[in-house]
Write a protein that binds this ligand. Structure first.
Ligand code: SF4
Length: 929
């Protein structure tokens, strides 16, 4: 068995009979039997017919969690039978959610794109013809080469939705010399990231559920959320071990239904609740004074907040208590509209748990509200007060629990700064201001020569999708749009090239995620290619082993890089050149062997123990538990004590250790002070002095900020069985989830005259949408909610989206006004899969995001998803799924929010503080305006 921590299956099988019967499905095939796993063929029942399977590990690609999958292949004919969990994957430990096994649907989807396509009519006309990879490579490569040779590196942009890999494309863009990496982060997690980064220099929490005593979730991790399956199983393990769970969610999520305490505050008031808990802990004296004294920048805080005072820790303690004294139970109850004893009850739980208190905040309130990043600041304050930072059962910085190995030859950072992605108006954004692209292109009067959307569907996913349509169809703004995608999407309808790339079992990627206090890597690999290799074939490319001409991105990018720099004279191709065959492109075997041999400690030795090379080990087992460096790392004594702190603005890791009272110099945190920053000098120096301490910002949708008749719409929640775009092609998942009704509290339904199952019109600042009403006690009065995971549509009968999940729509347009109307819902159709003739559901939901204006938070840059809306019964002309949008109005709202921004330059003429992270980091000189 390979080395792994916590990787054992739930039930320990005996070596002789790992699965005592075919009904013991929770017992995974052990690796020793992966070459010939014998089971009964369920489809032959009642005959007892044996089936011999070959099990090949890969990694799920349906969300970011990177769970391990085992592809089970029938040895008699090489057909893929199913996907199940890989029991030796340290993150997912043999388990998956519904979306993992449904990968099989995506592979076999009768409507999937099998060949490269090229546009033949006007953009958006739905006219495409089959082309070849070679033609696409030559055309796209020539355009990029011309842009680079003209010094227009900013004209090439790679915009990714689901990366699925930790390093490959970032390294490639670095080799290309572009600052062209764009992401979806600002419609997802920017706000929480900023809150955490300002405290500890790491932009995500990594809960240590093992050994915890109390879990506080501002998320829905038992059903969705970041690292959903790996976290859900650990949350349940912790509950079974006696830990208690509280969930803060305005909506009664499935997660909340499993909680010991469900708290349903008004959206955006959560920071008030959390600071109420801090107030209670401070008032009682129930806080970890020693941890705060050693690891919080309290001297710096006091020097600024109480200049001229005594300046000792006792004075700081008194100041801190006074600082949060206003967050009384009565204040919290009024702001949040929750029972007055809520904060006290949470304080009891946290005080009892001490350093074994953990939490998670993902999407939820942070991504919905103006100032949502302060919710993360307030939540982390509770960890600081309880000393539960980096402790067993506490909360780790994510960077401890993720391991990203890199090839031995790394390209230098670019000296360029792309203002289309990093506009100066948002110097602290986390990260790329991706959802503003249509507005920024217009405002900066810029053009993209080549725009890649890669597993990214902004027309449907982003707010203000009609502005994206206007941008994509304008060839003066977007010269060539290349959609790299395994499936059709709303956005791909406006592509020049639609290039089919692989699903989870059709590609190589290397991933690691912070699923627990441990580190691991997972290797996604093309299953059929690996099957052929194991059976003795020589396979040099994934193209040809996947269905049709579905390729994989890594090989596509290498080939494209060669088109851009065919003779190596531009200095790019050397990063993708074979060492063993100079002048030839590197093969993926060589690329990954380099990483596994040189950059993953312990892997070569573990492989050798099995008589394998490191690459063979990863192909064999699919994952490896990298030796863990442990928790409480900030306490580690720094080698060469006496090192001095560098200037905060001149280095990404500004401090070499933190001096302690005992004279030792310890590792500390990656902040300018090396300590946890209660007072943020960064916020202060960059124009946000009033926000420099953890505080409560009243959201744009707080009840005090609503006009007469307005309600708050909560549109951010996922459904457990879907991801944004690709699960539209998974029939099992679509059968389970295909509607997104509007959640309405019975009191509101009665007040507004709304009837369960009937239509409503929901008006936003820029338009309206028409969903069905679901009357439920599971939502706070005054608030309505609608999931963003449903509501798919296509413009053309046979392309643009899967018929099982999309409605066929017409779009009427006049001077920026759009009316999308559903012409046909979902229904049975004939295809190579007989199941498509059995489709019984009829509606495809409503794409509410189209009706939202962009609302960038002036500090984090996060799109503030929650909307002020007016809800009324649908009118006689309204039809289910109608969407009306005015893009002139969306521009006006963009300018309103833009006016809140406080642009760079900051101190020393910088565009952004040097110490804050950027995914693709340019040279320090690029930071200067
Ligand atoms: S949580 Fe589900 S969808 Fe996400 S990687 Fe794991 S199995 Fe796949």
């Amino acid at each position: 068995m390979p080395d792994h921590d916590q990787g054992a299956p739930r039930s320990e099988p005996s070596p002789e009979s790992p699965r005592r019967g075919p009904w013991e499905l929770e017992v995974a095939p052990p690796p020793e039997q992966w070459d010939d796993w014998v089971e009964l063929d369920a489809s032959a029942w009642p005959e007892r017919r044996e089936r011999h399977l070959q099990c090949i590990p890969t990694i799920c690609f349906n969300c970011e969690s990177a769970c391990g999958l085992l592809a089970c292949v029938d040895k008699s004919d090489g057909s893929l039978v199913r996907f199940e969990g890989n029991p030796v994957h340290p993150g997912s430990r043999g388990r998956t959610c519904a979306k993992g096994p449904a990968t099989l649907n995506q592979i076999r989807d009768p409507e999937r794109i099998l060949y490269p396509l090229k546009r033949t009519g006007p953009r958006g006309s739905g006219q495409f013809e089959r082309t070849t990879w070679q033609e696409a490579l030559q055309d796209i490569g020539a355009r990029i080469r011309a842009a680079f040779d003209a010094g227009r590196h900013d004209g090439v942009m790679y915009h990714v939705g689901r990366p699925g890999d930790d390093h490959f494309v970032n390294r490639m863009l670095q080799a290309w010399g572009t600052d062209g990496h764009n992401s979806h982060t600002n419609v997802c997690s920017a706000s929480a990231r900023l809150g955490y980064a300002l405290w500890m220099g790491a932009d995500r929490p990594s809960p240590s559920y093992d050994g915890t005593r109390f879990m506080l979730l501002l998320s829905s991790h038992l059903e969705t959320g970041h690292y959903f399956n790996p976290h859900a199983q650990r949350i349940m393990d912790a509950k079974q071990a006696g830990a208690r769970l509280a969930v803060v969610d305005t909506r009664l999520s499935n997660t909340a239904s499993h909680a010991d305490l469900w708290i349903s505050p008004w959206p955006g008031s959560e920071a008030a609740l959390l600071l109420g808990v801090a107030h209670e802990l401070l008032r009682r004296g129930d806080w970890n004074r020693d941890f705060v004294r050693r690891w919080v920048n309290w001297q710096e805080t006091l020097a600024v907040c109480e200049p001229g005072g005594k300046g000792d820790f006792e004075r700081f303690a008194a100041w801190l208590q006074a600082q949060y004294a206003e967050y009384t139970p009565a204040f919290v109850a009024t702001e949040c509209r929750i029972p007055a004893d809520t904060g006290t009850r949470l304080a009891d739980e946290i005080a009892a748990a001490g350093t074994r208190f953990t939490s998670h905040l993902w999407r939820n309130t942070a991504s919905g509200n103006l100032g949502g990043w302060q919710v993360a600041r307030a939540l982390f304050l509770l960890h600081v007060l309880s000393g539960s930072v980096g402790t067993p059962g506490g909360l780790n910085p994510n960077v401890w629990d993720k391991f990203v190995p890199k090839p031995s030859l790394d390209p230098p950072a670019t000296g360029r700064w792309n203002e289309l992605i990093w506009p100066r108006q948002y110097p602290l954004s986390h990260y790329e201001m991706s959802f503003l692209l249509p507005h920024l292109l217009r405002e900066q009067d810029r053009k993209l020569e080549v725009y890649f959307t890669r597993v990214y569907n902004p027309v449907w996913t982003n707010p203000d999708g009609c502005s994206w349509i206007e941008m994509l169809e304008d060839e003066a703004r977007v010269g060539c749009h290349v959609a790299l995608t395994p499936t059709w999407s709303e956005t791909a309808q406006w592509a020049d090239y639609v290039l089919p790339t692989g699903h989870a079992s059709e590609r190589h990627d290397l991933m690691s995620q912070e699923t627990h206090a441990g580190t691991w890597i997972g290797f996604r690999q093309p299953v059929e290619r690996e099957r052929r290799r194991r059976n003795g074939e020589t396979v040099s490319t994934t193209l040809g082993t996947n269905p049709g001409e579905v390729w994989e991105e890594a090989e596509f990018w290498i080939a494209l890089t060669r088109e851009i720099d065919p003779d190596g004279s531009r200095g790019i191709m050397r990063y993708f050149e074979s060492k063993t065959h100079p002048g030839q492109p590197v093969t993926l075997d060589e690329y990954y062997a380099d990483i596994f041999d040189h950059a993953v400690p312990g892997l070569p030795a573990a492989a050798a123990a099995h008589g394998l090379s490191a690459l063979e080990y990863m192909r064999r087992f699919g994952a490896f538990a990298v030796p863990y460096a442990g928790q409480e790392r900030y306490e580690k004594i720094v080698a060469g004590a006496g090192a001095t702190a560098a200037a905060a603005s001149s280095a990404p890791t500004p401090v070499s250790g933190v001096e302690q009272e005992d004279g030792t110099r310890r590792t500390g945190f990656k902040t300018p002070s090396g300590k946890l920053e209660l007072y943020s000098p960064t916020l202060s120096a960059w124009g946000f002095a009033e926000h420099a301490l953890p505080a409560y910002v009243q959201s744009h949708v707080h009840w005090r900020n609503l006009g007469d008749g307005e309600m708050t719409l909560l549109p951010t929640f996922r459904l457990p069985t879907l991801v944004h775009t690709r699960t539209g092609n998974a029939k099992w998942l679509q059968e389970i989830s295909h509607t997104n009704p509007l959640w309405v509290n019975p009191r509101d339904a009665e007040r507004l005259g709304l009837v369960n199952g009937e239509l409503a019109r929901v008006k936003t600042r820029i338009g309206y949408f028409v969903p069905r009403v679901w009357v439920t006690e599971g939502i706070h009065p005054g608030v309505v909610a609608c999931s963003h995971h449903v509501g798919r549509w296509r413009m053309h009968r046979d392309i643009g989206g899967a018929k099982q999940s999309t409605a066929l729509v017409s779009i009427e347009r006049q001077d920026g006004k759009f009316l999308l109307r559903q012409k046909q819902g979902v229904g049975p159709f004939s295809s190579s899969d007989p199941d498509t003739s059995r489709i019984w559901w009829q509606e495809a939901g409503v794409n509410q995001n189209l009706t939202f204006p962009v609302q960038p938070d002036p500090v984090s840059g996060m799109h503030c998803w929650h909307q002020k809306v007016r809800v009324e019964p649908a009118g006689p002309d309204d039809r289910f799924g109608d969407i009306s949008v005015d893009t002139h109005a969306s521009r006006a709202v963009f300018h309103e929010w833009l006016a809140l921004a406080r642009p760079a330059p900051g101190p020393e003429g910088l565009r952004r503080p040097l110490w804050l992270n950027r995914p693709l980091r340019p040279k320090p000189e690029a930071y200067r305006l």
